[in-house]
Design a protein around this ligand. Sequence first.
Ligand code: ADP
Ligand code: MG
Length: 312
Amino acid sequence: ATPTAVMVATGVGANNGVLIKGGDALERAQKIKYVIFDKTGTLTQGRATVTTAKVFTKMDRGEFLTLVASAEASSEHPLAKAVVEYARHFHFFDDPSLNPDGQSHSKESTGSGWLLDVSDFSALPGRGIQCFISGKQVGNRKLLNESGITIPDHVESFVVELEESARTGILVAYDDNLIGVMGIADPVKREAAVVVEGLLKMGVRPVMVTGDNWRTAHAVAREIGIQDVMADVMPAGKADAVRSFQKDGSIVAMVGDGINDSPALAAADVGMAIGAGTDIAIEAADYVLMRNSLEDVIIAIDLSRKTFARIR
Ligand code: ADP
Ligand code: MG
């Protein structure tokens, strides 16, 4: 293509909110064979909502939620934000014992005074969190495994049921006991299934990569028609996933939104940061899809194919 054609294509992209960082990226996009999508926030809306909070001990429901929210309040993860939001709502609006007059304490509810003091907080990327509250350790599945706390069969099957219905289950451990489970839903983007179908028609293979568990990942993939799924991938493993698809010389695109995705965006032949994204993801990408619509992946490939078809 002539420099003019590249300039025109870049302009057409920009008008559609597809920012292309240079002619090389534009040229590579025509040959994309695999598009690897991050799940959370890329294929899904990234609007996690708690759908289930089940206590498996005699602990009071409000106490359980306050405990989990206090532990999660220091985490930036979308799951953590969903947990805190849910507990806040329960605390201020739904619990009759806390709110006997039925009035909403809207002023107070925006603060964090209801949360318990937390010490020694640590976030384990792609795995969860750990901390101490009142000298007792709080955490999720990893902590349970490390502490050798056994998960009773009825709890395990409760979690399996959540995961098979596309929810993410958070197991909550407190003071060496499993005390409850949170179920969190994050709906898929409305255009996801259509885009997957469109890519397949173009001869491009869609793949999902996620740090989430196998069952939830497969349930989400099934909803939108993706057949290739890599689940339980640690943040550093996403770049390895990209490389594994490049092995036979295939041109691989990666689409992601998060900090966790930036090494994979950089490793891909065509990295596409989607949505508001994080600065780090935008920095690592060759394309920025500003509108947060998956349709722009198709527009990007199409634009490249059309631009470079003219000179063949
Ligand atoms: P994704 O690749 O889909 O964006 P992540 O790698 O961010 O997912 O997280 C993977 C998994 O780690 C989550 O599905 C969850 O099980 C667990 N996890 C991560 N952060 C937290 C947290 N703050 N609280 C509980 N669980 C968490
Ligand atoms: Mg993500």
